[in-house]
Design a protein around this ligand. Structure first.
Ligand code: OAD
Length: 261
């Protein structure tokens, strides 16, 4: 529930760290991973589709699946939750935005310096030499990738002819070192932590809110369902991010009657 203490915390906050997960993009039409029925890992095998081993075993299945997802992301737009987060960056002295999402909806909503813990679906690279790959325009056409299981041969690297792989972090891989360093620093230094749309099941990302809480920093969770974090979060705002965040912002920074809710 949004209460006076929460509104006061937000108004007086000097450094807000925000951790987002798939749930924040759900209202834009991007499926989450673990929601019953609609989550990607409910239907697809994470081991096959999100690991280097799976890619080496069946590159065209994995490349086709990521092209299908990338195409889906290109069709979507930021929702009110992404927009409020961009707005908070202007409102507060310091905001560090940390996302587990590989989409670019935070950037398209206006957030700057987004820390992508799990990489980006728009940045591919060579599996062997790491050279970046430039996507050709044809892949952005609406009808190019309609089926999740449409196999598609990955392109080859111009430098070493190795296979091009998606620029996301797969299971068993380390997070980008610099990104993780800044995220950890923000979790340690912030005076308010907000955790939006994540099941808090995937580590090390799920450790960031715990790090802040362990230092006595209050944490706000925005999620329609309970998660591992619910018991330790200071404030649990149950509902969709696209509804809760605009309401929170309005009460904290727009309406004079903010303290009444
Ligand atoms: P999950 O699918 O595990 O969790 C999504 C969370 O979003 C759930 O707790 C939902 O209740 C919540 N949710 C759903 N709709 C929402 C809404 N409209 N507003 C707010 N919350 C909503 O997704 P993540 O926690 O992001 O990793 O998953 C973490 C990582 O696991 C992903 O980055 C991905 C995946 O395997 C990689 O691909 C490396």
């Amino acid at each position: 529930m949004i209460n006076d203490t929460l509104i006061k915390r937000l108004r007086e906050c000097q450094h807000l760290a925000i951790v987002t997960g798939a749930g924040i993009s759900a209202e834009s039409g991007i499926p989450t991973f673990r929601d019953a029925l609609t989550g990607l890992w409910e239907t697809y095998d994470a081991e096959k589709l999100a690991s280097e081993h799976g890619f080496r075993e069946d590159p065209s299945l994995v490349w086709g699946w990521y092209e299908w997802r990338r195409h889906n992301v290109l069709q979507t737009k930021p929702n009110p939750a992404h927009k409020i987060i961009a707005q908070l960056e202007k409102q507060l002295p310091k905001v560090t935005l940390i996302t587990q999402n590989v989409d670019d909806l935070h950037e398209r909503a206006g957030s700057t310096q987004v820390l992508h813990l799990h990489g980006s679906i728009h940045q591919a690279r060579c599996l062997e030499c790491g050279a970046p790959y430039n996507y050709p325009q044809y892949a952005d056409k609406p009808d190019s990738f309609s089926f999740p299981e449409q196999k598609l041969e990955p392109p080859h690297c111009e430098c070493c002819h190795g296979l091009i792989r998606p620029g996301v972090v797969w299971f068993g891989e380390s997070l980008p070192v610099d990104v993780w360093h800044y995220a950890e620093e923000a979790a340690e230094e912030c005076d308010l932590m907000m955790v939006i749309g994540t099941s808090s099941l995937v580590f090390p990302a799920a450790n960031l809110p715990l790090l802040a809480i362990g230092r006595g920093t209050p944490a706000i969770q925005v999620n329609p369902t309970d998660t591992q974090l619910s018991q330790v979060a200071t404030f649990n705002l149950k509902g969709k991010a696209g509804v809760i965040l605009p309401r929170l912002y309005e009460l904290a920074f727009i309406t004079e009657l903010g303290m009444k809710c």
